[in-house]
Structure formats: C-alpha cells, structure tokens
Design a protein around this ligand. Structure first.
Ligand code: ADP
Ligand code: MG
Length: 409
C-alpha cells in the first residue's frame, strides 16, 4: 500500500489506578491483554511530574513513563493530582481516554450542571447556596419540600440527603457549609424515588444501560449502597441525552446518571471513572472490552485544550456577545455588524441550545442569539463598539452592565 507505514507497533497502555485488584481495573487489564497490547497498572500517586522549559516528563520511581495511551481511573480523593498528571500526559501528546478538563468538570456537580444547562440538557432545578439564610429562597425555587440537599463534590451517595422540613434543610446546609462543602439544594424528582438509569457512553456511543434500585427505605440507588441493578432497553431520548452530556463534558468514557421524570430524562451527574462491576453483571455486556477497543482505535490522537490554544496567539481570543443584552443587533445581518470583509470574526452563532457554525455574512441575527467570535480581540471590540454603545442609549441600560464575555466555545 502506498503511503501507509508497514510496521505494526505494540500499543503501550497504562491504566492509572490505585487499586490493581479492583474489579474495573482487573477487567480492563484482562481485556487489554487479550488485544496483545503492552499494558501496566500505574499508581497515580507514585508518578511525579516535571515541568520547565525542557521536555515535560512523567517519572515512575525515577524512570520516565513512556506510553501511547492512558486510561485514568482517578478516585475522588486524588482528583487534584490525578488531573495534573493527565494534563501532563496530554502535553506529551499521549492519548488519554478521559481529558483532564472532562474529569475536573465532572467532579464538580455545580460546574457540570452549568455546562449542561448552557447547552439545554435537561437537569433537575438546582440552587447553589452560600449561607443557611439562602435556603428559604432556594426551597421555593426548586418547588418546595421535600428537597435533595447534596454536596457538589460527593460520590457513591455520600453527601446526598432527602430532606422533608425547612428546619432540617437549614440545619443540614449550615453543617455542610461549616465543613467546607459547596452545597446544592435540588428539586426532588419524586417519580424517580429510589431509582435511576446508568448509561455507559464510550466514544460517543451507548455501550450499555441499566436501572439501579435502592433497597428498602433508601432513596439513593447507588450500586455501592447495596442497590440492585437490572438491564433495560434504553429509549432513544435517554440515549441521546446521555451521549450529548458525555460529549459536552469532553469524556470519551462516561457513566451518565439519569432520572426518569415526568418531563423525560434528567441528567443527575456524569462520572468519569464509572464502575464496571454492576453494569457488566446486569447486562452481560463486555464494557471493559469496548473501552479497550476504543482506546486502540484512538491511541494516535491527543486532546486539545482549545480555549487555551486560541489564546496562545498574542492579542487573540474568543469573545461572545449576547443579543438579549444588545437588542439593537437583532434583525441585523452579520455583514452589517462586521463590516471588515477581509476578516471572518464570527465562527458560530449559538441559538436555542444549538450552534450554527461559520454563518454567512447575510445571516440574520435575532433576539436570544449569542455571537461567538474568534480573532484579534481589539479588532472585534472595535467592530462591535458602535452597536454595543448604541444599544445602551436605546435601552437605558447602565454602562456598567455592558460587557463582552469570554467564552470557551
Ligand atoms: N434530585 C433527586 N431526585 C431524586 N433522587 C435523587 C436526586 N438526587 C439524587 N438522587 C438519588 O441519589 C443518588 C445519588 O445522587 P448523586 O447526585 O448521583 O450523587 P453521587 O455522586 O454521590 O452518586 C442518585 O443515584 C439517585 O438515586
Ligand atoms: Mg451518582
């Protein structure tokens, strides 16, 4: 074959895990060995990072780690170091099955919810409360008692409480805040009491799905709280929401938890190191095999931190303008606003949770749109300045409310 290198190299795979004997780690190891890759389990806490102006490196007991692909299984207690380590693998151009950004975003339920709702993924209504005095307002926002109070960075059901009285909600919030947690007050989805749906998404495809049920009076359906699991045929709407949530969080391997509500699927959280025991047991599907297969296919590629990349050129960056804040732009064509025909600043318009990429100059803007531009920031501001200041005069908006917001596209 012309142009195709003839050599076949054994893929070197590392599973980052503190527990080589854990079910999920063992299964991944077993499936990787079947594929004839060179695989080892590395303890992330024993790997150190060197940064400086020389080549970045990762050392294991003083020896450089050289691998082609990494599957992170980073526990909650070591998120900070784990994410830094994965970032380093990314810098080295190694394929990492879950991006550093994806892991850190998914570990923070508030951050993940903000990202999902910005893209119109349905979630239970959630309030972040900063003082116990905020609780009353939060309760009415989420539809009254009972409510779920949870910490933003919890896992396996710890830090999740169903609360039936306002006093208890206040008391619990006070306690959790004083322990240094970020506290969320969330709408309780009664029709989903004691159960949820776990969907495993690998490389944008749904690989397996199960329903989890809590035992007895417990309302949390986590497998690690002794919940039971059963295989289900996943409705398309659920599959679609799960796939989109995993993609938005930049996770190649994700366990998406969904509540079955009267208004359809609601995303509860997206896990970046989903456990494999419950799902393989319930469905009989070789999920570990699908993960290894995916890694083999993609091991030549690495993640790009696009937001940071776009700022690396001096003076350049991504800027967005929301037309609801500057209604004078509504009804205008992009070419009316960006008159410099030599520059194509607008690379997307966000509309109703979707993006229209590279819109033409004749594209008509309307209320609710967000124009997303990339280029030299000063030039973009110059092009927009007459429109933005004009809208101030017309709408009596105080100048302090005018702002350009940086957007991570
Ligand atoms: N708003 C809610 N309404 C109904 N059940 C909920 C709600 N939030 C959590 N649960 C139940 O509690 C479990 C654990 O909540 P979750 O937010 O996923 O925390 P963790 O990260 O600890 O698993 C869920 O699997 C679900 O069964
Ligand atoms: Mg959960």
């Amino acid at each position: 074959m012309v142009g195709v290198p003839g050599h076949i190299m054994t893929v070197r795979l590392a599973i980052l895990s503190r527990g080589p004997r854990l079910y999920s780690t063992r299964r991944l190891l077993e499936e990787a060995e079947k594929k004839d890759c060179y695989v080892e389990v590395l303890d992330p806490m024993r790997l150190s990072i060197t940064v400086g102006n020389e080549e970045p490196r990762i050392l294991n007991a003083g020896w450089p780690v050289e691998v082609d692909a990494v599957i992170p299984r980073i526990g909650y207690s070591i998120t900070h170091h784990g994410v830094a380590l994965i970032r380093q693998f990314e810098r080295l151009g190694v394929y990492v099955a879950n991006s550093s950004e994806g892991i850190s975003h998914s570990r923070d339920k508030l951050h993940a919810t903000q990202l999902l709702t910005k893209n119109r993924i349905p979630v239970p209504t959630t309030c972040h409360v900063r003082t116990w005095q905020d609780v009353e307002g939060a309760l009415s926002k989420v539809g009254g008692m009972p409510v779920v109070v949870k910490v933003s960075e919890g896992t396996q059901g710890s830090g999740v409480f169903l609360v039936h009285s306002e006093d208890r909600a206040r008391e619990l919030t006070y306690k959790l805040l004083s322990e240094g947690h970020h506290v969320l007050v969330q709408e309780y989805i009664e029709e989903s009491h004691g159960r949820d749906v776990r969907v495993i998404v690998v490389g944008g495809k749904v690989v397996a799905a199960m329903r989890r049920r809590a035992r007895g009076r417990e309302f949390r359906s986590n497998f690690h709280l002794n919940g039971t699991v059963e295989k289900i045929d996943l409705p398309d709407e659920f599959a679609d929401v799960a796939r989109r949530a995993a993609r938005l969080l930049n996770l190649d391997i994700a366990g998406v938890d969904l509540l079955e509500s009267e208004r359809g699927p609601l995303v509860l959280e997206v896990n970046s190191s989903p456990g494999l025991e419950g799902i393989e047991g319930a469905t009989g599907i070789n999920v570990a095999g699908a993960i290894i297969e995916h890694c083999m296919m993609h091991q030549g590629f690495s993640n790009v931190g696009l937001d940071q990349l776009l700022r690396s050129r001096p003076g350049h960056g991504v800027v967005s303008v929301n037309i609801s804040r500057h209604p004078i732009l509504s009804g205008k064509q992009i070419g009316d606003v960006f008159t410099d025909v030599n520059e194509q600043f607008v690379f997307a318009v966000a509309r109703e949770g979707m993006h229209i990429w590279k819109p033409r100059r004749t594209f008509l803007l309307r209320r609710g749109d967000e124009i997303i531009c990339y280029g030299e920031i000063d030039k973009i501001h110059q092009q927009l300045a007459p429109w933005v200041s004009h809208s101030v005069d017309n709408n009596n908006v105080s100048p302090s409310t005018i702002e350009f917001s940086e957007d991570s596209c």
